[in-house]
Design a binder for this molecule. Structure first.
Ligand code: HAM
Length: 424
């Protein structure tokens, strides 16, 4: 017999995990609607060049992590490592930018793929929920995006979130900074890892992402971005910090934060949750401002800002931070039939409960009452409805609260009202 294994870096979600992932996503979608975002769906694969151009040829995502293949017609295809590039491609393909009321405000959810070393909160297939604002003209849009992320996490119940923010400046500032980095690393690059030697040639900014311990010591003394921001970039950053202060959003300026994608300019930010022992799951989400991506993928020059959350990390956090409130799979009502001749009556009630929005279930097998109570228990039902010959004859049911064990006779006509009250 074949023995199929779960592919490395992937997971199966079921029961509580699947339920809570679905709930998280539903909550984030509703929250995005309250900020005026609308949904967009794009394919999970795109031309490879879309990602090499947008994420950047020097990024780890492009050089090491993409799931790339050739399709049967010889096209170079990649499973999306993130959703922003595909969304911008869709904005251009469908000329959504021609909308008179920019910015476009879009939200999305779906799988992304990165060939990373799996560990807690890091998978090769994971899900992102994100927002993009396309065609922005004010730093208010950046702040609104940052606040959306911050308040989303609060809404989900995570109060100890650390918001890290930095400016990587405009193109001119970054060019000057890259020059300074090249000068600095020139004397060290021989002794640095092969990745850094490659980054040095293509984009020295990426060296700052290096995790190698020895390289880190060299990186610690490298020039800082904040010393290379031109006047305009400094002002842009200041406006954003002032507005965050005014809105009483706490943040930490982190001048080592550059993020792993090449398309950003000006503002980049991440949300972290630090546990009591100082450990963290890595960033729960991150994003930033980008000026050239729409143009890079064939559209007009439109500044944009967005962010994405990793849904698996949010789910892991939810489970760890508040295990008692981690949603359980449950039912409002489990219906129990005594005598198979009463099955049609119970089946009709069950359908009626469902039509009225109560989660309800029953068995069609002829089982003893004890066996049916055991099922109700395993399914975490809050109420049992028990029906035998007398109940059918009198158009009633027995309603039992499975938590308090109280039991009542209820007229069929009053059942919905009764349950409505009791389940409130
Ligand atoms: P990112 O920081 O690469 O940004 O990913 C966003 C989030 O996805 C991360 O903060 C993390 O929670 C989650 N994530 C990333 N890689 C993995 C993984 N291997 N396993 C589990 N979760 C992961 C972006 O992708 C940008 N597109 C965000 C953005 C939107 N910027 C502007 N607009």
């Amino acid at each position: 017999m074949a023995n199929y294994q779960l592919p490395r870096g992937t997971y199966d979600a079921y029961y509580e995990d699947a339920l809570n992932i679905d709930k998280l996503v539903d909550l984030l979608k509703s929250f995005a609607l309250t900020y005026g975002y609308s949904s967009i769906h794009t394919p999970i694969y795109e031309s490879t060049s879309l990602f090499t151009r947008s994420a950047g040829e020097s990024s780890d995502i492009v050089t090491k992590e993409m799931f790339t293949f050739t399709d049967k017609s010889g096209r170079d295809i990649t499973l999306r490592p993130e959703l922003t590039a595909g969304v911008m491609r869709a904005v251009v393909t469908n000329k959504l930018y021609a909308n008179k009321d920019l910015p476009l405000k879009l939200y999305y959810y779906g799988p992304a793929f990165r060939y990373e070393r799996p560990q807690a909160g890091r998978y090769r297939q994971f899900n992102q929920f994100g927002i993009e604002n396309v065609g922005v003209t004010s730093f208010y849009n950046d702040v609104e995006t940052i606040i959306f992320g911050y308040n989303s996490l609060k809404m989900l119940g995570f109060s100890h979130v650390v918001l890290k923010i930095n400016s990587i400046g405009d193109e001119e500032s970054r060019q000057n900074y890259k020059k300074a980095l090249k000068e600095y690393f020139q004397n060290h690059i021989e002794n640095m890892c092969s990745d850094c030697r490659r980054r040095f040639e293509i984009n020295p900014l990426r060296i700052l992402d290096c995790k190698d311990k020895d390289d880190q010591k060299i990186i610690k003394n490298a020039p800082k971005m904040c010393d290379y921001l031109n006047q305009e970039s400094k002002e842009y950053f200041k406006n954003i910090l002032d507005l965050l202060n005014m809105q009483e959003i706490e943040y930490q300026v982190d001048d080592t934060l550059v993020r792993g994608l090449d398309y950003y300019s000006h503002i980049v930010f991440e949300y972290h949750y630090i546990f009591g022992d100082g450990t963290s799951l890595g960033a729960l989400g991150g994003g930033g401002h980008y000026d050239n991506l729409v143009h890079e993928v064939g559209g007009p020059q439109l500044s944009s800002v967005g962010l994405a959350f990793g849904i698996e990390r949010l789910n892991l956090l939810l489970k760890q931070v508040d295990p008692d409130n981690y949603e359980k799979v449950n039912l409002d009502v489990y219906l129990m039939t005594l005598g198979s001749e009463n099955l049609p009556y119970v089946f009709s009630i069950c359908q009626n409960l469902r039509a009225n929005g109560f989660s309800s279930d029953m068995t069609f097998d002829n089982k003893s009452l004890g066996a049916q109570f055991k099922i109700a228990n395993r399914k975490n039902a809050r109420f049992a409805i028990i029906v035998g010959d007398d109940e059918v004859k009198n158009k009633k049911v027995k309603l039992k609260n499975l938590i308090t064990e109280e039991q009542f006779d209820v007229d069929l006509d009053n059942l919905i009202d009764e349950l409505d009250q009791k389940l409130m």
